[in-house]
Design a binder for this molecule. Structure first.
Ligand code: NDP
Length: 499
């Protein structure tokens, strides 16, 4: 496994520069692949969050960014997108090192970071309000669309750069300033992307990054009185805490939470495509993906042969060093998470599920400390089992059979989550009916973990609310202001009074 060199060391990024890290107030990130220390970051405190929030406040209240035209902001964001493209290989490798994802897919993430930023730049031209000219001859009104102010952005570890780019460029396009809290496991890309933003011309203080832990940095950020809005992506359990703390403000909170997506295969599907999509749906990014197709619902008439082929194809995938271009699946984020994935599988077996392949930690030659998990399939899973209901967030597929469309819909919707589902069928009618009946923010038809920057993304039910990407992803970071204008001399409100 190649290493990027000496462990990186970094302080917070506040008011336009990275502060020097203070010895004794740093935490380490160990590679989930080799176990070696790859980085040391400042262990943020409530005071650090306060400095960052004050910097963002000053940038918003008196700085140039929210006062620029949309076109000026767009030009700077486009320069940022180009710099992201120029630095894509480094961004990809940082993510391989800290997340454990494969370099092949990390390159796709880096390209996505540039695409998201470019798209957000184009939206900056289009943030405008409305005019009401039909209110009668004595009134005219305009509805301004204004930035929220200072936005606190909390990012998880599975797609640190992509999720940063689903939030920061959109918040900036609308004129906000931000404080970002990356996951303590994956701080590198947030710091690098912020440095590139300032090289592109984003003024100091508009983006601030405070590294550290959720209970200290994250919680202080949500509670900070100068923070006008929170946008959080992470688990449903932490999302609940964020919502409670935001309610105390009160302040607006947008939450993108967990999921347990169904991947539904009808007998009339192109089964080769469905097999390929099922494998990608569960094993892409080690199964650590919010929209992973973690529940395979397969029609009874084809189930036995489909599952048999799936097991054979699963065994042929290569788990190992993520920097090796031939690797399909890398390492899980850390040892505690690996242990939790193994426990979920054991619990599934205790509840009566049948283990078809995998189920344990995987040894990889030369990487004895790597957090690798065998690719796992559990069959005979019913909707009452924990493995059907709970998000495992690892390479574990659970299989349930269905008779007909009604049963497929009932099983897919028998989840507290509602982020995404996928359907495989050759029937146009079935695909349209299923897309209407499935309760999730996204439905994939004959594809998996797919999308485009123009499409709004987000959940319903326990997967949260609010949208990222698309026009909606920018509007999340804005509020309206109605300006009502009276034309000409008023008739007195209380009627004319005699002298
Ligand atoms: P967590 O909920 O554990 O953490 C998410 C972020 O919140 C991290 O930066 C974390 O910091 C921080 N945090 C932790 N505790 C608090 C707190 N009390 N107050 C404020 N912030 C806090 O999620 P993971 O990082 O483990 O990510 C995996 C989860 O994210 C999965 O459930 C997945 O489904 C979900 N996810 C959802 C997506 C969506 O679009 N709906 C997309 C991607 C992931 P720290 O890391 O330091 O603990």
């Amino acid at each position: 496994m190649t290493n990027l060199g000496q462990p990186r060391q970094s302080g917070h990024h506040i008011r336009g520069s990275a502060s020097a890290p203070v010895e004794g107030r740093l935490f380490e990130r160990r590679s989930p692949v080799s176990g070696a220390v790859v980085a040391r970051y400042a262990d943020g405190t409530a005071e650090d969050v306060d400095r960052a929030a004050q910097a963002a406040r000053a940038a918003f209240d008196t700085g140039p960014w929210p006062r620029m035209s949309g076109a000026q902001r767009a030009k700077i964001l486009l320069r940022w997108a180009r710099l992201i493209g120029d630095n894509a290989e480094e961004l990809a490798r940082l993510e391989v090192e800290e997340v454990g994802k494969t370099v092949r897919f990390a390159r796709g993430d880096a390209a996505g970071m540039a695409d998201l930023t470019e798209y957000a730049a184009t939206l900056a031209y289009e943030v405008h309000g409305d005019a009401y000219t039909n209110l009668g001859e004595r009134h005219s009104a305009v509805v301004h669309r204004e930035p929220m102010g200072v936005v606190g952005l909390i990012v998880p570890w599975n797609f640190p750069g992509l999720i940063y780019c689903q939030k920061v460029p959109f918040a900036l396009a609308a004129g906000n300033s931000v404080v970002v809290k990356p996951s303590e496991f994956t701080s590198a890309t947030a710091l690098k992307l912020t440095q590139l933003a300032e090289e592109a011309g984003v003024p100091a203080g508009v983006i601030n990054v405070v590294t550290g832990t959720g209970p200290v940095v994250g919680q202080s950020l949500v509670a900070h009185p100068q923070v006008d809005m929170i946008s959080f992506t992470g688990s449903t359990a932490v999302g609940r805490k964020v919502l409670e703390a935001a309610a105390a403000g009160p302040k607006r909170a947008h939450v993108e939470l967990g999921s347990k997506a169904a991947n539904i295969v009808f007998a009339d599907a192109d089964l080769e495509d469905a097999l390929d999509g099922t494998l990608f749906g569960i094993f892409f990014n080690q199964g650590e993906c919010c929209v992973s197709g973690a529940r395979l619902l397969v029609q009874e008439s084809i189930a036995d042969s489909f599952v048999e082929r799936l097991v054979a194809r699963t065994r042929a995938l290569r788990v190992g060093d993520p920097l090796d271009e031939r690797t399909d699946v890398g390492a899980l984020i850390h040892g505690d998470h690996l242990a939790s994935v193994v426990r979920h599988v054991a619990r599934g077996q205790e509840e009566g599920a049948r283990l078809l392949t995998g189920g344990a930690r995987q040894d990889v030659a030369g990487l004895p400390e790597g957090c690798f998990m065998q690719l796992t399939i559990l069959d005979q899973v019913s909707e009452r089992m924990a493995v059907f209901q709970q998000e495992i967030f690892g390479p574990v597929l659970v299989v349930t059979r269905f008779k007909d469309e009604d049963e497929a819909v009932a099983l897919a919707n028998a989840s507290s989550y509602g982020l995404a589902n996928a359907v495989w069928t050759r029937s146009l009618d079935t695909s349209i009916r299923m897309a209407r009946r499935l309760r999730s923010g996204t439905v994939y038809v004959n594809t998996q973990i797919d999308g485009a920057v123009q499409l709004p993304f987000g959940g319903c039910k326990g997967s949260g609310f609010g949208r990222e990407m698309g026009r909606a992803g920018l509007e999340e970071f804005t509020q309206t202001k109605s300006v009502m204008v009276h034309i000409g001399k008023r008739v007195p409100f209380f009627g004319a009074k005699g002298e």
